[in-house]
Design a binder for this molecule. Structure first.
Ligand SMILES: Nc1ncnc2c1ncn2[C@@H]1O[C@H](COP(=O)(O)OP(=O)(O)O)[C@@H](O)[C@H]1O
Ligand SMILES: N[C@@H](CC(=O)OP(=O)(O)O)C(=O)O
Length: 468
């Protein structure tokens, strides 16, 4: 059996959904069972986040107008896929949007939006798209049954916006979806969403449908998990910024995690984690060219001494926060306190560097949380008298090069730095992961495209590697 994932672009409208359904049917027709995880239609998650914050700010009229257009878009797709106004699917879509409207009205009246209500609101994207995929499958003769992440058995912790599956999720998913598969149905699960054991809706973080698919893959003991994409596979760089980016035939779990962590939008950073124990392969495949093998991700790395780096990635929208003061020298407590405070506030730190004098620590955090991070650090450290300065540098990005072949190879950093120097890129911070799988650099955001292209060229990533 194979688990297949379809993201927002491949669920974008009736014709995209019909085409995605045909990719499922090709496999079921060949006698292989399939379980499907789907994302919300393209743009819907962002619209719902907008709806939630409009309601919180008191613009209920605007929020309800957005819900009305979401309802119209889904009903139109359903009608194009053959479901009339009185069909079960149309009724379900109307009921779901009615419930969404009530939820948002509650937020609008209270002008209060908790992480929990935001997750509930945003979950409607995937709850509305799954019936459309099931409809498209039924239309081409594949018997299907759609269900939300929670109904499928994906129980999670209560970390709203960033929830993780609980151990019992795997047995529940196996039981519930196995039952459907056993009677000849193709389950269509709303991606990105789960439920706490008490039945409260949670989300797995942006791009979470990849993660849903791999959780299903592990639960069902799938042969492979296929994430269908609008690109050939995982590429040597984002093809939107590097025109000669090339498809990577093979990556290890560790490499793909590193790439995703450092900004390659193509997969959720945790997506491969559920597959590792059972060594289930992940394939990233091109929906436009289903015969193309795409990228195969497995446990082992295929390294080639001539090409230590496999890909370049970038994360935009960051700030560098520098905490300093001569009093910090030789006081290890300060550093641990800094990390404790940020962890308590749930502020992810993308990169860290401590000057060798120990007088300052620089942290790279998301631009939107930088002001909050500075405030909580100031509050926590003011009593120490050691820390004097807090500096925030905005418009920062991280560029990273990734590849298991870098391990133990000399000259990789030198090659990278000289390429960036030639491209006039100013380096703000440098770090190398202890696993030697990546080198990451903080730079000014305006230099990202130049830096990514320079690194891509320096490691000859646009060239097909010579056969060995
Ligand atoms: N290294 C990379 N390889 C492939 N795609 C990448 C990479 N880095 C960024 N991307 C971007 O990721 C996009 C695919 O991810 P996304 O749209 O989230 O997938 P989905 O359709 O499953 O939601 C591509 O359109 C591409 O521009
Ligand atoms: N809809 C969610 C989950 C997801 O995975 O979407 P996509 O596959 O379109 O990136 C999001 O936008 O984050």
């Amino acid at each position: 059996m194979i688990v297949m994932k379809f993201g927002g672009t491949l669920m974008g409208g009736a014709s995209a959904i019909a085409r995605s359904a045909s990719l499922v049917a090709r496999t079921t027709a060949a006698g292989t069972k399939v379980a499907v995880a789907v994302s919300a239609m393209s743009g819907v998650t962002d619209t719902l986040l907008g709806v939630a914050s409009r309601a919180e700010q008191g613009d209920l009229g605007g929020a309800l107008a957005d819900i009305a257009s979401l309802r119209a878009r889904h009903l139109e797709a359903a009608s194009q896929l053959g479901a009339g106004a009185t069909s079960d699917v149309a009724r379900e879509l109307r009921e779901l949007t009615d419930t969404l409207q009530q939820t948002v009205t509650g937020v609008g009246l209270l002008r209060e939006l908790s992480a929990r209500s935001r997750d509930l609101i945003v979950s409607f994207g995937e709850r509305l798209s799954a019936p459309l995929m099931a409809l498209a499958l039924e239309g081409i003769g594949v018997r299907a049954h759609h269900l939300s992440g929670g109904a499928a058995g994906l129980v999670t912790n209560r970390d709203f916006g960033n929830a993780r599956p609980l151990p019992q999720a795997y047995s529940r998913l196996r039981e519930r979806l196995g039952g459907l598969i056993g009677v000849g149905l193709t389950p269509v699960v709303s991606g990105f969403i789960g439920e706490t054991p008490e039945g409260v809706v949670t989300t797995l973080g942006r791009g979470g449908t990849d993660y849903t698919a791999t959780i299903l893959g592990a639960a069902l003991g799938a042969q492979e998990v296929w994430t269908w994409k609008d690109v050939d596979g995982v590429m040597s760089a984002d093809p939107r910024s590097v025109p000669d980016a090339r498809n990577l035939e093979h990556l290890s779990y560790a490499e793909v995690m590193e790439l995703a962590y450092f900004g390659a939008k193509v997969l959720h950073p945790l997506a491969v984690t559920p597959l590792q124990d059972a060594e289930i392969p992940l394939r990233v495949k091109s929906a436009a060219d289903p015969a193309f093998p795409g990228t195969l991700v497995t446990k082992d790395a295929k390294t080639d001494a001539a090409h230590p780096v496999k890909a370049v990635t970038a994360i935009r929208g960051l700030s560098v926060l520098t905490v300093g003061g001569a009093g910090m020298v030789g006081v290890p407590d300060v550093v641990s306190q800094i990390f404790e405070v940020l962890a308590r506030e749930n502020i992810p730190v993308q990169m860290i560097s401590q000057g060798s004098s120990q007088a300052n620590v620089s942290l790279v955090v998301g631009r939107t949380v930088a002001a909050h991070a500075t405030r909580v650090l100031e509050e926590a450290l003011q009593g120490s008298g050691l820390v004097k300065a807090y500096e925030v540098e905005e418009n920062v990005a991280i560029v990273a090069v990734v590849g298991e072949g870098m391990r133990g190879q000399r000259g990789v950093a030198a090659r990278l730095f000289s390429a960036l120097a030639s491209a006039n890129v100013n380096l703000l911070m440098i770090a190398q992961g202890s696993s030697e799988l990546n080198i990451s650099l903080a730079i000014e955001e305006a230099d990202v495209d130049a830096a990514v292209r320079a690194a891509h060229a320096a490691f000859e990533l646009g060239k097909v590697p010579q056969e060995v």
